[in-house]
Design a binder for this molecule. Sequence first.
Ligand code: ADP
Length: 377
Amino acid sequence: MLKKMPLRLRLTFLTILLLTICCVGLTLILNLSAFRMVDMIEATSMTPAKSTVEEKIPSPLNDTALSIPTPPSTISQSARKGFRLESIFYMMLIISFGGALTYYISGKALKPVNELSCQMKKRNVLNLSEDIEIPKAKDEISDLTLSFNEMMHKLNEAFLMQQRFSQSAAHELRTPLAVLQTKVEVFKKKKSHTSEEYESLIEVIGNHTNRLIALVKNLLDMTNMEDLELNEEISLKNLVDDVASALSLLSKDKNILINLPSDDRTVLGNYDLLYRAFYNLIENAIKYNNANGQIDISIIFGGEKSVVEISDTGIGIPQDMQQIIFEPFFRVDKSRSRQMGGAGLGLSIVKTIIDKHNGEITVTDNKNGGSCFKIVL
Ligand code: ADP
């Protein structure tokens, strides 16, 4: 029941409980010691018996002599009763006053929390990026507000990324479909067709269907990596050598020299996933390289970590884009990349794979021109 109460009521209830325990204890102790004192005083006053409790001799001159004095035990009985009642009354008063005061003070103390909660309730997708004003007092509430603002910034980033992703995905899917639709409509307008026209249409349909299949496959791959095991021992050198030999035809076409690593490191992970990541990186290093260019791949010992560097002498990536290059569908030169068959998903797949292996990937400028991808595993 206590857990269901609002914080203010809970604080008040607990304080009243504490006050009651203290006050009841204190009242009991006070009563006990007061009665013991009275008993002691009574006992002392009883000793010289006649001096204090002397019966007065009745005299017609003396009015008071008519009244029979109350025996000491009766006086003390009523005094004890009075004291007991009074102490209980003050105890109740203190508890009620303490409870009311706690309710008032906790209301004041919790006011910033209530205000913060009101502000939080007003957040929605339209004002995710707006900050809540940080209270001047440097207390827990200002810390909480700061953390909330930071969380909202991250959420906003994720939300914008998601938005860009859906827009780009829709665009990428719509483009080939629109081309196909136009081609078919133009084709339908003519009654008879030559065999070349049929062949051209089939070729266009084939190309765009392949493009769509590749796109959907990449999108699915990005989301279907969850339940893969990451416990294979993988020699990074063997992995890079395998990828380079699979891409040898492509590199020979552009006469690109690939310098393979001489050192080796073993990492734990999923071979197929890492193969895919390094395939994309080395394929890009060839695709975006100049003819007769060069690719240097090295494996470096970084303490507990293994570092693979892939640097090329290609067109490079502008510095202001080096952060966002891993976002899905991002391409530096859209038309050029599309001509090469890319949809801008390669690097985001690489990043998803490296993240899944608790690694890190960054890109910088290569000293000899081009770009340098650094993968820490
Ligand atoms: P794509 O399928 O278009 O190649 P990626 O995700 O692999 O998609 O790459 C995204 C973009 O990053 C590319 O369009 C290209 O502009 C740029 N890029 C990737 N790798 C390199 C590289 N080694 N050199 C220069 N630009 C690169």
